[in-house]
Design a protein around this ligand. Structure first.
Ligand SMILES: Cc1ncc(C[n+]2csc(CCOP(=O)(O)OP(=O)(O)O)c2C)c(N)n1
Length: 275
């Protein structure tokens, strides 16, 4: 990743974080921890990797993204609004009656959302189906899973099938923030070495710092070039609530309240972060 693109991508990540904090301030609560932990990845995908057209969200030749941990919708909505898929003013309607931005991703409501998600595990299978359908025409399908979500058997059924179907255009990510809804992933159902598990299933695997945009970019390009007909999994080491100290410090920060004062403090902190 060249320096110019790296700076642009980091700036975009910052804008996504700020937009999310404003959304959560308006609503007063939300899935803040797991949205912030995938923000750098979402920035890399929409700033430097994916092919899409905000004026034509259903453009057939676009790459697809399935955020299977559908509660991270706010991170994705912020990126889509900033890229012009819909007006920024929609962000104020997060999870309110009649909104186009429900708390979990819904492909029938939001321009730019490729798959409805929220029931953990299901996005894995739908992403594989999409990748099989698009293999001949060359679009990539990106899939974001949580480490808690990897407790779901459906993820591992998909992992087996993806290798059988030579889903070389499927590039997945596990957001390994080590926490889930009500505890630490290690305490609830320890997944051990997730990259090693995908690897023995036959996937092309890599492990990166999920907050380092350059590492993320290089891993995706490497997967595109070297996985051949194997599906790829990029395991990301992350921090739940990344970028906002008062969220990071809360032990269980899956769905939390955010006061106006806390939001102002968070915005000040994000604005101070260097690119
Ligand atoms: C099938 C299913 N079971 C349970 C839930 C309830 N649930 C919502 S989020 C969550 C924890 C997810 O943890 P993880 O995948 O690690 O997400 P992250 O911490 O990255 O946000 C659970 C259990 C659900 N949405 N779907």
């Amino acid at each position: 990743m060249n320096k110019e693109l790296e700076i642009k991508t980091k700036e975009f990540a910052k804008s996504i974080r700020l937009a999310q904090i404003n959304m959560f301030r308006t609503l007063g609560f939300g899935h803040i921890g797991g949205s912030l932990s995938v923000t750098d990845l979402i920035a890399v995908l929409y700033e430097s990797i994916m092919r899409y057209d905000p004026n034509n969200p259903k453009w057939y030749n676009r790459d697809r993204l399935v955020v299977s941990k559908g509660h991270a919708g706010p991170a994705l909505y912020s990126a889509l609004a900033l890229k012009g898929f819909f007006p920024l003013s929609w962000l104020d309607s997060l999870n309110k009656g009649g909104t186009n931005l429900p708390s979990h991703c819904d492909r029938n409501k939001t321009p730019g959302i490729d798959m409805t998600t929220g029931s953990l595990g299901q996005g894995a299978s739908t992403a594989l189906g999409m990748s099989m359908a698009l293999k001949k025409t060359g679009q990539n399908v990106f899939l974001i899973l949580g480490d808690g979500e990897c407790n779901e058997g459906q993820v591992w059924e998909m992992a087996l099938s993806a290798v059988q179907h030579k889903a070389g255009n499927l590039i997945g990510f596990v957001d390994c923030n080590h926490k889930q809804l009500d505890g630490k992933t290690e305490d609830i159902l320890d997944m051990g070495d997730i990259a090693a598990k995908f690897n023995v299933f036959g996937w092309y695997t890599q492990t990166v710092n999920g907050h380092n945009v350059s590492q993320l970019y290089e891993a995706i390009r490497n997967a595109e070039q070297n996985a051949c007909d194997r599906p790829s999994m990029i395991v990301m080491e992350t921090v739940k609530g990344k970028g906002v100290a008062l969220v990071e410090e809360i032990e269980f920060n899956h769905h939390i309240t955010l006061s106006a004062e806390q939001a102002s403090q968070a915005i000040e902190e994000i604005n101070k972060q260097e690119n």
